[in-house]
Write a new protein. Structure first.
Length: 159
């Protein structure tokens, strides 16, 4: 298993990966539209096969995790990708690493909190706005939970 930065040569593969995992080539969060194939990030691969992908958006001294996907949960792929982003963000230097997930994504909430992220905000009914931009966002998610709110988590890097 090896972690490496994304390159321009990965663009079409990122697009296909995101389409397969997110149901579209775009990601919508907090009213912003992201094209993950245009973002920096890292891929985890073994023998040329992608095991996971993380994309980010850096603005000022903050680094946002836009997407994180692991195809082999419980094997350290997600953790390794987050660690790669943390190290890259610190060199920018970014004082804050943050992300948005939805209220139904209990696995993500568990994953990030176990890695030191803290909940900083709940944006009630934010997914309703996102659905206006990306109608493909389902109404229900994991465990049949209605998807309606965005939850913001952060990890301070300047401590």
């Amino acid at each position: 298993m090896r972690i490496r930065p994304l390159t321009a040569a990965d663009q079409s593969r990122v697009c296909q990966f995101i389409q397969a995992r997110w149901g579209a080539e775009i990601v919508v969060a907090h009213g912003a539209v992201y094209h993950p194939d245009q973002l920096p990030g890292f891929v985890c691969e073994a023998d040329g096969r992608w095991l996971g992908l993380i994309t980010t958006h850096i603005e000022g001294d903050t680094c946002e995790i836009v997407t994180l996907d692991s195809l082999t949960e419980g094997q350290g792929v997600g953790t390794a990708l987050v660690e790669a982003v943390k190290q890259a963000a610190k060199t920018r230097p970014c004082g804050r690493l943050w992300l948005i997930t939805t209220n139904d994504n209990l696995n993500a909430l568990r994953f990030y909190q176990k890695r030191g992220f803290v909940l900083t905000a709940v944006h009630r009914h934010a997914v309703t706005i996102s659905r206006q931009i990306k109608p493909a966002i389902p109404l229900t998610g994991q465990d049949g939970i209605l998807i309606r709110d965005e939850i913001e988590l952060e990890l301070r890097l300047d401590n």
